[in-house]
Design a protein around this ligand. Structure first.
Ligand code: HEC
Ligand code: HEC
Length: 256
């Protein structure tokens, strides 16, 4: 395992150099710097602040890409739930790197936080060390939407029921998870069914209805969604990205 670390590091540097050399001439998404891409991911799509604000950045050094994605700290201890690591393991090399670059560029904030306490014992790791994860193709709208809704914006983390410690992938998007209501310290809220089922899910919603829920936090009948649904962050998402997510949701198996 230790032998892989320098390799990963060299690869990273190689990626960064390649990106610097390519400059702004390739695909539109590459014209963003790593920092800009990271800012967009952290503040808009990935909604990290939903759990990490007011402690966006601690005074501690922030682990590099390979640690984030593997759910380990620099001291090799394992990061526990609810950090959505099942999905973050699938972040592309570029996106994981962009997030790390952006986090490292933030002004350090001194805000000591207590250690987490878990009632159940945690697994010794989140799985084998993550190797290369390729960039998804933005032209394949459904696959790209799946990448955004899963590894990046972790929609499917909150909107998929659990089967023990793991997500029940046979019920992807069926909702029903009981979560803390982030706008109301004592309250609870339940994630909704976002599959295309016409009765239980979003089957009868227009694209505009779904986008209003994601970006503005209200339903077609005008009622507001609980703040656990991170619409404040998603509000900064590009229209291409929200369209890809809607296309992907429409492609899911309808579930009751
Ligand atoms: C659903 C809530 C949630 C989301 C979303 C989330 N995190 Fe976390 N994160 C946590 C929790 C809780 C911990 C602490 C876990 C523990 O103590 O083992 C944590 C730990 C971490 C750590 C380890 C820090 C340390 O000092 O140990 C890093 C780095 C981190 N998160 C970065 C991110 C980034 C970057 C994002 C967005 C891409 C993100 N997190 C999204 C809940 C979340
Ligand atoms: C941190 C957990 C969390 C994340 C991440 C999340 N949601 Fe939600 N979402 C919820 C909860 C909880 C509700 C229900 C809120 C309520 O009933 O007031 C909800 C409601 C919704 C609704 C309204 C459905 C209805 O029938 O009322 C839609 C649509 C939706 N989410 C889509 C998404 C999409 C798409 C993403 C990713 C871009 C996403 N959610 C990410 C927790 C989350």
């Amino acid at each position: 395992m230790t032998a892989r670390r320098p390799t990963a590091h060299v690869l990273l540097v190689a990626c960064l150099c390649a990106a610097a050399l390519l400059g702004t001439t390739s695909a539109p998404s590459v014209s963003q710097t790593y920092r800009e891409r990271g800012a967009y991911l952290v503040d808009a799509l990935a909604a990290c602040g939903n759990c990490h604000t007011p402690h966006d950045a601690t005074s501690k050094p922030i682990p590099g890409m390979e640690l984030l994605r593997n759910g380990k700290r620099p001291d090799r201890t394992v990061i526990g739930p609810p950090m959505p690591l099942e999905f973050y393991r699938q972040l592309s090399d570029r996106d994981a790197e962009a997030i790390a670059v952006y986090l490292k560029s933030l002004k350090p904030v001194r805000h000591p936080v207590p250690r987490s306490h878990y009632k159940l014992s945690q697994p010794p790791s989140h799985g084998p060390i993550v190797g290369h994860v390729a960039e998804p193709n933005p032209r394949d709208k459904i696959a790209y939407g799946a990448y955004l809704a899963g590894p990046v914006a972790h929609c499917m983390e909150c909107h998929t029921p659990r089967d023990g410690p793991r997500l029940d992938m046979s019920r992807l998007g069926a909702g029903g998870r009981d979560l803390p209501d982030l706008g109301n310290p004592e309250g609870r809220t339940v994630s909704r069914n976002i599959t295309p089922d016409p009765d239980a899910g979003l089957g009868r919603w227009s694209d505009a209805d779904i986008k209003a829920a994601i970006l503005l936090g209200h339903r077609p009948d005008g009622t507001k969604l609980a703040r656990t649904m991170p619409f404040d962050a998603y509000n900064r998402m590009s229209s291409d990205d929200v369209n890809a997510i809607v296309d992907y949701l429409r492609s899911l198996k309808p579930l009751k």
